[in-house]
Design a protein around this ligand. Structure first.
Ligand SMILES: NC(=O)c1ccc[n+]([C@@H]2O[C@H](COP(=O)([O-])OP(=O)(O)OC[C@H]3O[C@@H](n4cnc5c(N)ncnc54)[C@H](OP(=O)(O)O)[C@@H]3O)[C@@H](O)[C@H]2O)c1
Length: 182
């Protein structure tokens, strides 16, 4: 069975976690809050295809442990969708190291906020040979000349499209013009 990891998979990416299960993936999900995780697992309708990884991703040691456990139980990770707050400076590189340890081809979809500079981020991430790296940037929407942030539904469906299309950089909504941001 294919194995996906969704970092922050109980929040705005909930629908992405559920969609990946429907696409035949075993999905490991990182988040801290057990109640929100239980709700998502109930929505999935199966415990067999979901592995909750309840961990604070700022705790590097525990994050490593959880990743090692799920890889040994559920197999190599083929696809990672990562929404990681910028204060967790080490989390993404720990995930990359653990997932790529084993010379296995995999894809990383890195979800970035409107303010992120995609080029600078790409330059600063060490992408291993066996990983294909994609960026998905969250923007905003202009409706009837008013601007607003994306809804969770728009974010999840945009990420699902990005996974299907595999563009190097996908933008959900728009990131220009900065002065029109909500
Ligand atoms: N440009 C845009 O339009 C844009 C950009 C960003 C956000 N937003 C909006 O803003 C809302 C709030 O953003 P949000 O970042 O709170 O998104 P969120 O996706 O609702 O929540 C963050 C996710 O990451 C997990 N998480 C957070 N910190 C963690 C940690 N230290 N360790 C492990 N897991 C962690 C959360 O679970 P736990 O809390 O259980 O750990 C949750 O699953 C979103 O719902 C979205 O609609 C919009």
């Amino acid at each position: 069975m294919k194995h996906a990891l969704v970092v922050g998979g109980t929040g705005m990416l909930s629908e992405v976690s559920l969609w990946l299960i429907s696409q035949g993936y075993h999905v490991s999900i990182i988040a801290r809050n057990a109640e929100r995780m239980d709700k998502l697992v109930k929505r999935a309708g199966t415990k067999h295809h979901v592995t909750p990884l309840l961990v604070d991703y700022t705790d590097g040691k525990k994050l490593q442990e959880k990743l090692k456990n799920t890889i040994s139980k559920n197999g190599e990770i083929d696809l990672v969708v990562a929404w990681i707050h910028s204060y967790a400076t080490e989390a993404l590189s720990i995930i990359i190291d653990e997932v790529s340890n084993r010379k296995h081809r995999w894809q990383l979809f890195h979800i970035l906020s409107s303010r992120s500079n995609t080029e600078t981020i790409r330059e600063h991430i060490a992408i291993p040979h066996f990983c294909t790296y994609y960026q998905v940037q969250l923007g905003f929407i202009i409706d009837d000349s008013c601007s607003r942030w994306l809804t969770n539904e728009e974010i999840s469906s945009g990420v699902i499209e990005a996974i299907k299309k595999k563009e190097n950089v996908a933008t959900i909504g728009q990131v220009e013009l900065r002065e029109k941001r909500p």
